[in-house]
Write a protein that binds this ligand. Structure first.
Ligand SMILES: [Zn+2]
Ligand SMILES: [Zn+2]
Length: 345
């Protein structure tokens, strides 16, 4: 993959001034060809349905404290393992390598987050890096916050036509037959439906095992399904979407990158390090997004744990040269070569 910007893309870029200095954000037009009344109804209906079902979690019949705990634990785990580690730092940016079987397990967890297939997620995100905060960016909040957060998902964008962006951004992903299979035969939907059954079944059987009646088992199974799947999915959605929207609007910048990415403390902590987004744009390949001691990055710590367990290899850390531009250090020695090839310091 490349994060180099083509000359043509640079030509449409507006001011690159630092927003914290500029005071008011610059504005972008919608991506070319986007017409606001062309709604992607299957996506819009899915998002609306998940939100409405998630609201049922708060009626007494479906509320349970066990459900609340299941939602919190599964939200933390699926967002971190599926989206952050698998889709983002592994498949999109190749920040480390891992055994294929393990990568596929992580990808199935990501599918359960209902953020589309690996090829689609990777292609859209690579396009974001290539054109960040320029008109072709699929989800720049410089259009407006709603567009960057959710609008880009529910309004059709002809530039995100699957065949077109797969050919340009996801050829490496689609060399894997498993990821090709996920594009076909409703496999993605089948995995999502299986997880519904697993969550309901686990609650149902647990209640029966505790001596409950069949009706109580149905009630508890429904509670676990709604909290563990619907509430959790909606929570992880907004966590991921906030990285797209919030961290291109609000926060501080360690690096003067040529887009408006920010490090946002709230999103950094909430989304397991994904909110250190300015660091990430400055050094996309690095599997570590937190560049200072206090930019806590639990996704990075988990990858390091995988490395110790032998499940991750060739882990890419932050470039000392990139960090040096911001006056930061990885603790490694930076050696700059002079014109005759000898170290200058
Ligand atoms: Zn970004
Ligand atoms: Zn990225």
């Amino acid at each position: 993959m490349t994060t180099n910007r083509p000359a043509a893309a640079k030509a449409v870029k507006l001011s690159t001034s630092d927003l914290s200095d500029a005071g008011s954000p610059r504005r972008l037009p919608l991506p070319a060809g986007v017409i606001l009344n062309r709604i992607d109804w299957p996506v819009a209906a899915s998002i609306l349905t998940y939100h409405l079902v998630a609201l049922l979690a708060f009626i007494p019949w479906t509320f349970s404290w066990t459900g609340v705990i299941v939602a919190i634990v599964t939200a933390r785990l699926t967002g971190l393992l599926g989206i952050n580690i698998c889709y983002h730092r592994l498949l999109t940016h190749r920040g480390f390598k891992c055994p294929k079987w393990f990568e596929h397990v992580l990808a199935v967890i990501a599918i359960c987050c209902v953020q589309d297939t690996p090829a689609r997620w990777v292609a859209v995100h690579r396009r974001h890096h290539q054109y960040a905060d320029e008109q072709p960016d699929p989800h720049s909040p410089l259009v407006n916050f709603i567009w960057g957060h959710i609008g880009w998902l529910v309004i059709k964008n002809p530039e995100l036509n699957r065949i077109g962006i797969y050919d340009r951004y996801a050829k490496d992903i689609l060399r894997d037959p498993f990821y090709v299979a996920l594009e076909r035969n409703w496999l993605q939907l089948k995995i999502i439906l299986v997880q519904w059954a697993v969550f309901f079944g686990a609650g149902f059987l647990a209640e029966l095992a505790m001596g409950g009646t069949t009706m109580q088992a149905v009630q508890f199974g429904t509670s676990i399904l709604i909290w563990g799947v619907f509430v959790r999915t909606v929570f992880v959605w907004h966590q991921t979407w906030a990285v797209n929207s919030v961290t291109h609007l609000w926060g501080y910048r360690n690096y003067q990158t040529d887009e408006d990415s920010r490090n946002n403390v709230f999103i950094g902590l909430l989304a397991h390090g994904e909110g250190w987004h300015n660091n990430h744009h400055a050094d996309p390949r690095s599997a570590r997004h937190g560049h200072t001691r206090w930019e806590f990055d639990t996704t990075w710590l988990t990858i390091r744990l995988f490395e110790k367990l032998g499940l991750a290899t060739e882990v890419v850390g932050p470039s000392p040269h990139v960090m040096a531009k911001a006056g930061l250090t990885t603790g490694q020695t930076i050696t700059t070569l002079g014109p005759n090839g000898t170290p200058t310091h």
